[in-house]
Design a protein around this ligand. Structure first.
Ligand SMILES: Nc1ncnc2c1ncn2[C@@H]1O[C@H](COP(=O)(O)OP(=O)(O)OP(=O)(O)O)[C@@H](O)[C@H]1O
Ligand SMILES: [Mg+2]
Length: 382
């Protein structure tokens, strides 16, 4: 909303204050009607520009987010395969450990396919119970269940002409798999509670961090579904198997996550530490490590002390000391979780447990702060 101040008070100091606080303009009485209209018009134009700006920034960010960073031979080869696969209509299975970039690759494939102007729709099969997966995917008819007051189209319908990304497809149950199979075979499906067979033209990309072949042997995943899906299989290698990408990615995150334009760089020992680390959480873990390093570093040099890489995966032990000197070497022995817990506690104490202030201080949302307080069971006086 744009605000114009209309007042009989013509004190210039007040006008300046109003503008500083975000008013668009300050008009004093007696006013001229046309002048007033003009100001309103300009304020509306200003608002439109702000909206546009925001949309463009979002788009640019999206574009950047969609870039696969890295220059290792394995990654380059994977990208080449993905580009070829994108041109085809075949379903694709993407395998890889957590955080390796499976979703990023799926989006890349969509963007390089003839379907790029149509929707890319994601459903995470691990986060939804069976019944919900079915009604999300295929939609439902009015009255299909108690809450179904109206009918609702499914994601396959929304994705028509585009790509459907079935994340964590290995987590689907044997109830839903036959319905998926049918859809993969001929694009046909039925809404929950519906009688008509509908169809949709969708290219399916599935992702999993499981070994689905093994799952089929244990009768946890249908073999016929696997073979429908893995016409093309792309394997995203873990970060420790493409160490050449570590620095490229680290520098990319360093640049994109730094809040101010101050150029930051890693010192030699930090680079060495990163190269030796084996990243069980892969690229996502690296991303978080860098984000944290930026927060903890006091100047523009990133030193190993702020990377907090633990060689041994340590469990959160109950009484962790309340404060830890950040530049002290003992911090190297703590896990990231322990450090985070301690840091949050410290800042909470510092701000007298005022959560709004604390969240602001930490640069996180209040929601995130609440979930961290819960996660680490933080209480006043711990
Ligand atoms: N090569 C890369 N270049 C830039 N960013 C990357 C790359 N690989 C992964 N990322 C980033 O790492 C994070 C994790 O990636 P993504 O969600 O695609 O992984 P995933 O394999 O789907 O993980 P999960 O199995 O946990 O769902 C995202 O923020 C993504 O943008
Ligand atoms: Mg994923």
């Amino acid at each position: 909303m744009q605000v114009n101040i209309l007042t009989a008070d013509s004190e210039i100091r007040k006008a300046i204050d109003c503008i500083k606080l975000g008013a668009y303009d300050f008009i004093t009485k007696p006013y001229n009607f046309e002048e007033l209209l003009l100001t309103i018009k300009r304020a509306l134009e200003h608002r439109d520009l702000l909206f546009q700006n925001e949309a463009l920034a979002k788009q640019a960010k999206q574009h950047r987010a969609n870039r696969i960073i890295g220059n290792s031979q394995v990654l380059n080869q994977l990208i080449q395969f993905a580009e070829k696969a994108a041109k085809s209509e075949s379903n694709i299975l993407i395998e890889g450990e957590t955080g390796t970039g499976k979703e990023l690759l799926a989006e890349f494939i969509h963007q390089h396919s003839p379907r790029r102007t149509k929707p890319f729709v994601v459903i995470n099969c691990a986060s939804l119970p069976d019944q919900l997966i079915e009604s999300e995917l295929f939609g439902y008819e009015k009255g299909a269940f108690t809450d179904a007051k109206t009918s609702k189209p499914g994601l396959v319908e929304i994705a028509n002409g585009g790509t459907l990304f079935l994340d964590e497809i290995g987590e689907t149950s044997l109830n839903i798999q036959p319905k998926l199979l049918r859809f993969l075979e001929n694009g046909e499906y039925r809404r929950v509670g519906g009688v008509n067979s509908l169809s949709s033209d969708v290219r399916v990309i599935g992702a999993t961090n499981k070994n689905l072949l093994e799952e089929t042997e244990q009768k946890l995943f249908r073999r016929d579904l696997l073979f429908r899906l893995n016409v093309i299989t792309l394997v995203v290698p873990p970060l420790r198997e493409r160490k050449e990408d570590i620095l490229t990615l680290a520098n990319f995150f360093l640049e994109s996550k730094s809040p101010i334009r101050a150029p930051r760089k890693f010192d030699e020992r930090a680079i060495e530490a990163l190269m030796q680390y084996d990243f069980p959480g892969n690229v996502r873990e690296l991303e978080h490590i860098i984000e944290r390093a930026i927060i903890f570093s006091d100047d523009n040099i990133i030193r190993p002390e702020v990377l907090f890489l633990s060689t041994k995966k340590k469990k959160l032990v109950e009484p962790v000391p309340n404060t830890i000197p950040i530049n002290n070497h003992s911090s190297e022995e703590l896990s990231i979780d322990e450090l985070e817990r301690n840091h949050i506690l410290k800042i909470l104490d510092l701000n007298g447990w005022e959560r709004t202030k604390t969240a602001e201080h930490l640069g996180i949302s209040q929601k995130t702060l609440y979930s961290k307080i819960k996660k680490y069971h933080l209480e006043k006086g711990t």
